[in-house]
Design a protein around this ligand. Structure first.
Ligand SMILES: Nc1nc2c(ncn2[C@@H]2O[C@H](COP(=O)(O)OP(=O)(O)OP(=O)(O)O)[C@@H](O)[C@H]2O)c(=O)[nH]1
Length: 652
């Protein structure tokens, strides 16, 4: 994988674990926070002086930098010395290692404007397009959003996707051009792009430099003047609180972030969940300032947190409505549950490590609720778990965290997407494991058709790469290709084109990102959204080693590409599997038909056989190497298969 692109994606995709987020929040607060307001009276902030908003942007367009400036300008955190790159300094070691940006936390700012004190709640929208579910979740608590666009890069694929999410939610959008201090900034051109892409009047666009702070005060003013306050409601009404996010604290259990719709919630109140019907007592209530600042109550329109002895994260159901015990309310429409798009089996290298691995996975999913877990057993790899992720980079991050934080020594199988099998009797079954895919004989008799998930993809790219992007789409089975110009270009830059198409998700989860970046010299940005299922010609390909199928290596392929994939795979396996003491045929088969074959010739058992007499050290080195190699092997039937064989499957 192109490491730059991969790091960039990891940076965004890796949602910092809840524990990190909480931890960082404290870390952050201890270094740069002013004291919490001493006499903070939440009743002083009725809805008309509250503004709940979010910052939405494409990766690296300056979301965190602007959040920092807003916090400084409102005196919420201390002003940083100019020229110091605080964001880098503020990062946790673990975050730096992974290239994960410390996200702006949900933060409440108190700001005086036109002789009135306003309570401005900046609500974090975590993650990347893979987590658009979460973006829409956070936006549910907002009435407005700052749409940040880099004045040198212009509108990118995710600028468009987040804009649509915000607009669907009916939010007031304030367009902001950032990084105007850069020599490469082209404010007029990008403003015209914003106008043509979003239909926004250029007169509404604010131009700022989040880095130097230029123009940021106008952003605060616009937040107050342009974003509507939360709807008015009576403090006397029964309490109705919307749960939009949760954090996990080792000592206090689950901390829920809530938005009060009606009524007043106080410490000590007994509350119930509309979703689980469970009851709790509020042990702590407060606002995120950005660290937790306890208060005595939260009032209508306000955003804050509660701790109420919830022990497991799953009790805090995102999108839930909370009410006071004995005063039931109509629940608010919640969210669709997040949907796993990519599945993979995770197995311990040493089968006896399974209980430990399962425990580690359980703990890790406590901090990342979007991962689904199911036990799975494979004849080749033994007991393991089938995990569902929101995307391949999400999967990669999870694997890395299992290895880094839990010292897990694992094999992860090729990612697969959820296929839909439609039977003749009308039954529909989703399968997330290639081993469950019906064989060719079964297909003719019982199965009516097989469908695969497709996505609507949009690619934004400078004109000169348009042809390459078209080729890329065609080679990945794209359909319904369409394109339009976003701008007319300028003397120093060519016009940019937005290309849209529908493409099978299975094509996207393999090497699409890599090729997109490579073929556009890094200039293309890409985004996709779920577009349902489409009938497809698919088959299960199995690989046989020494005549034995390796179930963990099974993949689903499109029949038009089966021969090519089969041949490529046996070649690859031939390269990665070390020679054994006997000849090993490596075959790719669909049903009973072998479509490709390579033969691994036998080797001699004694790696030191050729070394005589005084070559003692070399002999030892060879034996050590052999031992080291063996450790990383997985014995499958009679064949030793190295871990790389599985990792290589992640690449096309
Ligand atoms: N020159 C210049 N650089 C900026 C400005 N705003 C942000 N940056 C830089 O752009 C880079 C990305 O900024 P971030 O604030 O981390 O962007 P982000 O959108 O939060 O990024 P992610 O959290 O990774 O999505 C950093 O190196 C910032 O220092 C600006 O106004 N001018």
């Amino acid at each position: 994988m192109n490491s730059l692109w991969r790091n960039a994606c990891l940076k965004v995709l890796s949602r910092p674990s809840r524990e990190w987020r909480t931890w960082n929040c404290r870390n952050f607060s201890s270094s740069s926070r002013l004291d919490a307001p001493k006499s903070l009276r939440m009743e002083d902030f009725p809805p008309d002086v509250i503004r709940n908003f979010s910052i939405i942007a494409h990766i690296d367009h300056g979301k965190s930098t602007l959040a920092d400036r807003l916090l400084e300008l409102t005196g919420t955190i201390k002003k940083k010395e100019m020229g110091r790159n605080e964001q880098v300094l503020d990062k946790l070691k673990v975050e730096r290692e992974r290239g994960i940006t410390v996200k702006a936390q949900t933060a409440s700012m108190i700001h005086e404007h036109a002789d009135k004190k306003f309570l401005l709640n900046l609500i974090d929208t975590p993650g990347h397009v893979d987590f658009s579910w979460e973006v829409s979740r956070s936006l549910a608590a907002c009435q407005g959003a700052l749409l940040l666009v880099d004045a040198s890069q212009g509108v990118q694929a995710q600028s468009i996707s987040v804009f649509h999410i915000a607009r669907e939610r009916g939010l007031k959008i304030i367009p902001v051009l950032n990084k105007i201090d850069l020599p490469a900034a082209q404010p007029e051109l990008i403003a015209s792009q914003i106008q043509s892409t979003f239909g926004i009047d250029p007169a509404e666009i604010l131009s700022i430099s989040a880095k130097t702070g230029k123009g940021v005060d106008a952003v605060l003013k616009a937040v107050i003047e342009r974003i509507p306050p939360p709807s008015k409601s009576s403090p006397q009404a029964p309490v109705k609180a919307f749960l939009f996010d949760s954090l996990y604290d080792r000592y206090r259990g689950v901390i829920s972030l809530i938005n009060i719709q009606d009524g007043i919630l106080r410490k000590g109140d007994k509350i119930a969940s509309c979703h689980t019907r469970k009851k709790y007592e509020i042990t702590e209530i407060g606002i995120m300032h950005p660290e937790e600042v306890p208060t005595t109550s939260l009032h209508p329109g306000q955003v804050g947190y509660i701790a109420c002895n919830m022990k497991v994260s799953s009790e805090a159901h995102i999108g839930d409505t909370l009410h006071r015990v004995g005063e039931p309310v109509e629940p608010m429409p919640g969210f669709k549950p997040s949907k796993a798009m990519v599945f993979a089996g995770v197995f311990p290298i040493d089968s006896s490590d399974f209980p430990k691995l399962e425990e580690s996975i359980k703990r890790l999913t406590l901090t990342d609720r979007s991962v689904t877990v199911q036990r799975e057993s494979s004849t080749a790899l033994g007991q393991g778990c089938r995990l569902g992720f929101l995307g391949t980079l999400h999967m990669d991050v999870f694997r890395q965290r299992l290895e880094d934080e839990y010292d897990a020594n694992i094999i992860i199988t090729a990612p697969t997407v959820p296929y839909k099998i439609v039977y003749r009797d009308g039954k529909e079954v989703f399968i997330s494991n290639p081993t469950e895919f019906p064989d060719v004989l079964g297909l003719a008799s019982k199965v009516k058709e097989i469908q695969e998930p497709v996505v609507k993809a949009s690619i934004i790219v400078p004109e000169e790469y348009f042809g390459d992007m078209m080729d890329l789409c065609f080679s990945h089975r794209a359909e319904d290709l369409d394109h339009r110009y976003l701008d007319t270009g300028s003397e120093s830059s060519s016009s940019r084109i937005m290309l849209t198409c529908t493409v099978p998700l299975s094509e996207v989860v393999t090497d699409f990102f890599d090729q997109l970046k490579r073929r556009s010299s890094g200039f293309a940005s890409f985004d996709y959204e779920d577009a349902g299922y489409k009938k497809s010609d698919l088959a299960k390909m199995v690989f046989l080693l020494n005549g034995k199928p390796v179930d963990a290596l099974a993949i689903i392929v499109h029949t038009s590409a089966q021969d090519k994939i089969g041949r490529a795979w046996v070649k690859k396996l031939h390269k990665v599997i070390p020679r054994q003491l006997f000849e090993v045929p490596i075959q790719a088969a669909i049903g009973k038909k072998v479509i490709a074959r390579e033969t691994l010739s036998a080797m001699r058992a004694d790696v030191t056989a050729g070394l005589y007499g005084g070559h003692y050290e070399r002999k030892m080195k060879h034996l050590e190497n052999q031992k080291e190699g063996k450790k990383r092997m997985k014995r499958i039937g009679t064949v030793d298969l190295p871990q790389e064989a599985f990792f290589d499957i992640l690449k096309k």
